[in-house]
Write a protein that binds this ligand. Sequence first.
Ligand SMILES: Cc1cc2nc3c(=O)[nH]c(=O)nc-3n(C[C@H](O)[C@H](O)[C@H](O)COP(=O)(O)O)c2cc1C
Length: 367
Amino acid sequence: MNNIPASIADFETYARQTMNPGAFGFYVGGADSEITLRRNLEAYNSLLLRPKVMVDVEKVSIATTILGEKITSPICVAPTAYHALAHHDGEKATARACAAVGTCFCQSTNSNYTMDQVASSVPKEALRWFQIYVQEEEDVTKRLIKDCEKAGFKALVVTLDRPRLGKRLHVLKSGFTLPKHLSRANFYEDQDNDGSDSYYHGEMYPGMTWKDIKFIKSITKLPIVVKGIFREEDAKLAAENDVDAIIVSNHGGRQLDSCPATIEVLPEIVAACKGTRVEVYVDGGIRTGTDVFKALAIGARAVFIGRPALWGLAYQGENGVKQVLDMLNYEFRLTMTLSGCANVQQIDKSYVAPVERYSFTRTLAKL
Ligand SMILES: Cc1cc2nc3c(=O)[nH]c(=O)nc-3n(C[C@H](O)[C@H](O)[C@H](O)COP(=O)(O)O)c2cc1C
């Protein structure tokens, strides 16, 4: 790319032009007809902003906390597999960028560097969470959790929405598999861990139920975040099972197609968690500062970005991920300033409205 990236879309364009097409397809694609993948992005356009003026916005703070830990902005990095497809420093680079910006990096079970390698590449105080796919073999799950505690991860993010791998057309067409020189580094007990078949493995144990959350809670003191909750009934069960937080997610449209967008589901999950201590976050389709603002206005405490961090990594490794986070933080701060919010606590649902509010059929009838 000749030009300096001016939006997240520009980073994606660069990745599309420079990455191996199979690997890019693995990153960019969704499941089946990609209805959910598109909807995650488009649903943000159905929500409009209602800026307030005459508010002192000389100083604007975008800082917040998640599970009691300070972060410089509510924009965190979601767990995504195999960062070394984008840059040889892989997850180490992503973690370093998050540490430099002061936000949370969530490392995937399916990463190319081990938890230890990631931990030792960032300062001690850098906030890291670990995403776990609960494994069929209980011993492996236990070992992963032990490694995670030893390596100083501050929370366990348990992904619930991948009992089997979604049907991803990009990957089926390209025949993409992990290149021989890369491995699923956290599974060192694999005898033949060259990654050649790992695309089809590494999912969660499909027999998993809430009993397994109880089991995990019995073997670790780490806070538990459940990822992939998509209906209010499950949010209530999560609260009853004493989890600490929920990430509203449809896995970036890569699992069950024809789901609503995450931002469309967020209101019912926020309502279900009202009056509980459960924090609610959201991921999926967040590409601009206004998207972040809308998610917070509906009640998310923080957001997680998946693909944008990978585009940054493909662009310039650690520095590229930092540029992506800096850009989104800049845009989010600007949105707050122009909307009349000096801190994240001031952002509430009065700042957003569905497009229908402004339909001429409705507004002209009132004149
Ligand atoms: C290439 C790729 C790999 C992913 N791998 C994982 C994973 O290993 N574990 C997990 O819980 N979610 C995984 N996800 C889902 C992300 O955590 C997140 O839910 C999603 O990317 C958010 O949507 P976005 O990419 O539109 O920001 C992956 C997503 C992508 C795009």
